[in-house]
Write a protein that binds this ligand. Structure first.
Ligand code: NAI
Length: 257
């Protein structure tokens, strides 16, 4: 059984959904935050079936200060303040840098980076006040560390690079409070995001078979297992860290000669 309430942003789909269901299966109380309220409600129904001790769905846009603050109030009333928070909601928009329109670039940064800040700030305020420590995990990306050969990834890469820097800085600030802040780095994971912009999933799967050392895309439940470890007390001496869950992709040099 998991004593904590676990809150997840972007819980309606993909990696966030898998983390919410994994926490539910361990008997946690769970809070699903997503800009897609119907998706959040759907995962909460599944979480209760999976064994959650309590669950709430909240429609929340992580890029909005007022939306995030209101969501954490609803969560506190319904299932208690979270002791473990997964700041995960994200979007990807790719375009050549010289023709990227500013509003699309700003939207990516608003959701992926400002959203992580707003989510963590709300969580940390409550965790510091409660004085019992806690664990926060943010979703970064290989794009924070290496260039994407597909190109057009500047906004996404900048936002995730910001998340990784944010995690290291926040970890130092909150270590004295016993609050750990870490990042997960999922590789190419089989979620809706992979086909954003109409990309062909069969082509992506075929590319993964040859390019990823483990020979395939990751599954959301595999990333969720890594995140659950970071959220749990099992990782009690880990903070300011990045857990790479990418099938070996980032360990590989592109130079095969
Ligand atoms: P997904 O598209 O399946 O799920 C993203 C969820 O975030 C959706 O439910 C969506 O409604 C929600 N969302 C989008 N904008 C939001 C907003 N403003 N406020 C609240 N919720 C919002 O994608 P996936 O793959 O599960 O992505 C989760 C995280 O993992 C993202 O941060 C993404 O950048 C990251 N990631 C994904 C990788 C992949 O290959 N799938 C690889 C590396 C990182």
């Amino acid at each position: 059984m998991w004593a904590e309430t676990v809150a997840v942003t972007g819980a309606g789909s993909g990696i966030g959904r898998a983390v919410l269901l994994a926490a539910a299966a361990r008997g946690a109380r769970v809070a699903a935050l997503d800009v897609d309220g119907a998706a959040a409600s759907s995962v909460v129904a599944a979480a209760l079936s999976a064994g959650a001790a309590g669950a709430v769905a909240v429609e929340c846009d992580v890029s909005s200060e007022s939306s995030v603050a209101a969501a954490f109030s609803v969560v506190a009333d319904a299932v208690g303040d979270p002791g473990a928070v997964f700041a995960n909601a994200g979007i990807e928009t790719n375009a050549p840098l010289h023709s990227f329109d500013a509003s699309s670039w700003e939207r990516v940064v608003a959701v992926n980076l400002v959203g992580v800040f707003l989510t963590c700030r709300e969580a940390l305020r409550r965790l510091v006040e409660a004085g019992r420590g806690g664990s926060v995990v943010c979703t970064s990306s290989p794009a924070a560390f290496v260039g994407h050969s597909g190109g057009g990834n500047s906004a996404y890469a900048a936002s995730k690079g910001g998340v990784s820097a944010f995690v290291r800085s926040a970890a130092l600030d909150y270590a004295p409070h016993g609050i750990r802040v870490n990042a997960v780095v999922p590789g190419a994971t089989d979620t809706a995001m992979l086909t954003t912009g109409g990309a062909d999933l069969d082509r992506i799967r075929a590319a993964a078979a040859t390019q990823v050392p483990l020979g395939r895309l990751g599954r959301p439940d595999e990333v969720a297992a890594a995140v659950l470890w970071l959220l749990s007390g099992e990782s009690s001496y880990v903070t300011g860290s990045h857990l790479v869950c990418d099938g070996g992709l980032m360990a590989k040099s592109a130079n095969d000669f």
